[in-house]
Ligand binder design. Structure first.
Ligand SMILES: [Zn+2]
Length: 132
């Protein structure tokens, strides 16, 4: 049986790990977790990395999540996972990606990514220890 809550929690972990691993690979440092209302994030120390690396760190979460979903869907098509998991996993991933990428709140990834395209100040990203 498909477990919706486990799928959502795993996707959140993958998303946040994507931010952390991207930051670490570019010279940043993981300093802890953060919670803002129901939103969970990671606190990163990005003092010594370039603005470009900070923006790549911003993309790390959504890209990790998208890669995980593609991997799961490939596993389903090759028979490694139950085929009936495809639709609910896709639905959970679409909902989670929409929450993260649709710029509905100034502190979510979508609003920050949009600000980078507009060359506008990116909320918190240029702080010493932003929460992503
Ligand atoms: Zn994120």
């Amino acid at each position: 049986m498909f477990d919706w809550i486990t799928a959502a929690v795993v996707l959140i972990i993958v998303h946040e790990a994507g931010h952390v691993l991207t930051a670490q690979s570019l010279g940043g440092r993981f300093v802890g977790f953060s919670r803002r209302g129901v939103a969970v994030g990671v606190r990163l120390e990005l003092d010594h990395i370039s603005p470009r690396s900070r923006r790549l760190t911003l993309w790390g979460g959504p890209l990790a999540e998208a890669a995980a979903v593609v991997g799961v869907l490939l596993a389903i098509t090759t028979g490694s996972l139950l085929p009936e998991w495809g639709p609910p996993i896709t639905l959970v991933a679409a909902a989670d990606l929409a929450i993260n990428l649709v710029p509905w709140w100034r502190h979510n990834d979508g609003a920050r990514i949009l600000a980078t395209f507009r060359r506008a100040p990116v909320p918190e990203l240029d702080a010493s220890r932003p929460t992503l």
